[in-house]
Design a protein. Sequence first.
Length: 259
Amino acid sequence: MKFSATKATTATAAAVTLLALSASPASAFAPLQQHSQTAAAAAKTPMLSLRAAANDDGDDQGEQNNNVVRMSQALPFVAAPKMLDGTLAGDVGFDPFGLAGGTVDNLMYMREAEIKHSRLAMLAVIGWPLAELFDKPIADTLGLPTELTNKGLSPSLLNGGLDKIEPAYWVAVLALAGIVELESAKMQEQKKATYVPGDCNFDPLGLFPRDKKSQIEMQTKELKHGRIAMMAVLGYVVQEGLYRTPVVDETPFFFHPLF
């Protein structure tokens, strides 16, 4: 298979990036063991712990007097934001743009959004290349039109092709999203301060651990995989938007057998 110089450079860069991410996800996001020990103590009532930290002006004054500054685990040379106290899973004091805000309610809103985007990204990062690999062969076998674009790209805002998707699919997506949101709201109402962002009462296989330390570890792993997946999906979008070539063909060593 022959590639142009530009494509070869792109493929090499993509390979190095993905290999680096897969080789050292822990260093990119957090030392899991250290974080687990910090967060497990407050795992039962994360929102209560955060609210106590946010309202505890006396302790803040004491820290200032003693010149004690809690440093970020992700960026050890800068101070950790006040709201990121290590209570939440995956929290390593990394918020350079201050998106978490200065209130617990805003922090919980942003964490809920992060988890939902992470879960969608983990589904998309698998579904996107699978569609480009198998949609046309399956459609041809069943005598149906393919949903891919003319160039074999997965349908998206930049690639086009969304008009080919059946309306029933969008109705099903909206219905499923509504069910998840309703269940999430139900859990928030039932658990109040003990609610953990992302809890939508869905664990049919019983994979969520019973003990608090293991729960924090699993939540942290979910966030790490989700954050990498969000970057990977962004890579798909940019790569196909620039080169107009399916990602499975642009970097075939990730998606096709080597021999």
